[in-house]
Design a protein around this ligand. Sequence first.
Ligand SMILES: [Zn+2]
Length: 267
Amino acid sequence: MEILIIFLVVTSILILQNPVGEWINRLNVKRQYKSFLAQETFYHSIISRYYRYYNRLNLEEQRKFLFRTYLFRKAKRFHYIEVSESAEMPILISAAAIQLTFGLEKYSLNYFRDIFVIKDDYHYGFYSRPFQGHVDLSGIYLSWDNFLKGIKGESTNCNVGLHEMGHALAWVNFVTKTEEDKHFKKEFKNFSKVARPIFESMQQGAKNILGDYAGSNYHEFWAVSVEVFFENPIRLRHELPELYKAMTHLLRQDPSVIVNTANKIAA
Ligand SMILES: [Zn+2]
């Protein structure tokens, strides 16, 4: 009887301190962490081969990066269209989402269960121009050859993985509101105070490092800003310092600090 009472008291204290859902979630994460450890080396070998961003993190951050990538990858269903599947594909794609959200608390982009990997540029809807990727109600779409060019740094200022994850992040926070990150939502207002006037000037014809496509609408302005923030941080900081600063606050990270001189600064 005494044992039962102690058990009930301890259990109720635990439940009072942590809402039940959160408690179960923690147990679940702990269990997942064990399975992750068995695959950590494999994840490291793949991500370290392509992600300069990852290679510049310290060991503790690298482990956080890998674990988040593992959880993200596990939570998604990947579909391959006209491209042969490889073990590295879902891991490298998941890593793009983790790079973008690394400073945030929420990173699973939970509305999106399905990620479609397409061989190369494709046509979508009534648009005449080919797509490298897009996000809609049915999922996140990425063309594999463009994705690879982006993570290999072969296309200046372009990284379709980061671009589409940027759309997806805005989507879960502002459209479906299924995974609202308190900090991100609050800080986005401050970002917009700086970003809106720049966007509006681009609509009037002003040119800057973000390129014409960013001026097409505010969603694209955001997604392109994400790409350039990570792909060309030093030049973005130089050309649009207020926008750069607002993004470091919004995403809680500063890629210019961890960029070394080997990173090409495109003219
Ligand atoms: Zn876009």
